[in-house]
Ligand binder design. Structure first.
Ligand code: ARG
Length: 464
């Protein structure tokens, strides 16, 4: 990147060149060049609209479009000389256009400002990023449905307080993640609606004196609507904040999911195996196989939360309309989108490759008195009030802890010592299968219900 001494785009009223460090300090081209495609797309639509309303001739419009397309080719071939003295992506491309097509290039900026241009570019860019992220969410959800279908009868201990609580179906547990991701998808779809409104036409802040047709430009760019206030259009970045909020929630979900994978692969749980290609070893401990991908995703949630806090802080004290502060919106936004997309991609690749260890899960579910609630519910069905049943089962559990026996391992005589109401039909209730099968309602863990939830999930994904 080269640094020159003056800036031709706005240098007219200046009597000395910008300090070399200040030029670098205020430049954004190092990161906003990433917007080149959307900047060019916006410029072609703007020029097309200007020709339609008679501000440019059709020949001028055509020359601009051809010039911009060649510039896009140059950029994509890595042959474009990005100049820091030209500050940002917008002025780099415009200056190059004038190099290529001469005076007509200088007409492109008629009736617009970098203020509405950059606000438009970011929205166009974010719209595309959201679409890519939504596709990754769907891919991950497909993986979860596939694994849940294979594990719709696998029993594991369900936890509260990370203590064994009640048996659940492993597929049911996986579908909890499916539900969270469905809401993440909804949130991003909703956020996309508000991002997809066009600020172009706001010009610097007050609108423009040219007879622009904003509806036409919006239509050319696929925006759903035209922003209703020029000051708001160049100024607010709430759409970026909203995206980072939705991305933060999605990363929070992935972080929780990561934590479970880390626990489950540990020697203490051994519930699942992750294939070697998603793990790494230790340079000192030869036996190690570390769940790096989930750990890294758990860690990366921090940078997305940071982007959200950064953007909120960036915006909170700004008076209307555009302020240079807003140039700081891009790096956190780019980073949040990249991080979320990469994390989803890693998970979408990894989840179908999870190898459950069914026997280990089952063994764990058999320990920890996971069917204690079932015994209490059994006594309720025999006519006792629930609180008394809770107390009776509590005594049985205490006895089990002392004797090292699970409830299902006690004899009928032992169990009747706690309540005369217990008969030998109790053993059907104390099995793991009896326990999960009994929770047979929408959202419950019975295998029937897990299969029904998978069908609903498939229909949801097919409707996208
Ligand atoms: N690089 C600037 C940004 O990202 C573009 C807008 C500059 N506008 C201005 N009046 N200096 O916000």
């Amino acid at each position: 990147m080269s640094v020159e001494q003056t800036n031709q785009s706005w240098g007219g009223r200046f009597s000395e060149p910008v300090d070399a460090f200040v030029a670098r300090f205020t430049a954004s081209v190092g990161f906003d060049k990433r917007l080149y495609k959307h900047d060019i797309m916006g410029s072609i639509a703007h020029a097309t609209m200007l020709a339609k309303v008679g501000v440019l001739t059709v020949d001028e419009r055509d020359a601009i479009e051809a010039g911009l397309k060649q510039i896009q080719t140059e950029i994509e071939a890595g042959q474009f000389d990005w100049r820091v003295d030209l500050e940002d992506v917008h002025m780099n491309i415009e200056a190059r256009l004038t190099d290529r097509i001469g005076i007509t290039g200088k007409k492109l900026h008629t009736g617009r400002s970098r203020n509405d241009q950059v606000a438009t570019d970011i929205r166009l860019w974010l719209r595309d990023e959201i679409d890519l992220i939504l596709a990754e969410i769907t891919r991950l959800q497909q993986g979860l449905l596939g694994l849940a279908a294979a594990e719709s009868e696998t029993i594991m201990p369900g936890f509260t307080h990370l203590q064994t609580a009640q048996p659940v179906i492993f597929g049911h547990h996986l579908l909890a993640w499916f539900e969270m991701l469905s809401r993440d998808h909804e949130r991003l779809v909703d956020c996309r609606k508000r991002a997809n409104r066009m600020p172009l036409g706001s010009a610097a802040l007050a609108g423009t004196t040219y007879p622009i047709d904003r509806e036409l430009t919006a239509q050319l760019l696929g925006f759903d609507a035209v922003g209703g206030n020029s000051l708001d259009g160049v100024s607010d970045r709430d759409f970026a904040i909203e995206f980072c909020a939705a991305a933060s929630i999605a990363m929070m979900h992935l972080s929780r999911f990561s934590e479970e994978l880390v626990l489950w692969t540990s020697a203490q749980f051994r519930f699942i195996d992750l294939p070697d290609r998603f793990c790494t070893g230790s340079s000192i401990m030869p036996q190690k196989k570390n769940p790096d991908v989930p750990e890294l995703v758990r860690g990366k949630s921090g940078r997305v939360f940071g982007a959200l806090m950064g953007l909120l802080t960036l915006m909170k004290g700004q008076p209307l309309a555009y302020n240079k502060d807003n140039q700081e919106d891009k790096e956190p936004l780019f980073d949040a989108a990249d991080t979320l997309r990469d994390s989803l991609r890693a998970f979408a690749d990894m989840v179908p490759a999870i190898k459950p260890k069914r026997e280990v899960m089952r063994e764990a579910a058999l320990r920890g008195f996971s069917t204690a609630t079932d015994l209490a519910d059994y006594l309720v069905r025999k006519g006792l009030p629930f609180r008394d049943c809770h107390e009776i089962v509590g005594h049985a559990v205490k006895y089990g802890v002392q004797t090292g026996k699970d409830l299902a391992e006690m004899s009928l005589a032992e169990l009747r010592g706690f309540s005369e109401q217990i008969d030998d039909d109790v053993f059907a209730v104390l099995t793991l299968e009896g326990s999960v099968n009994a929770r047979d309602h929408i959202g419950g863990t019975a295998p029937n219900q897990v299969r029904a939830a998978i069908v609903r999930g498939q229909a949801l994904l097919a409707s996208r």
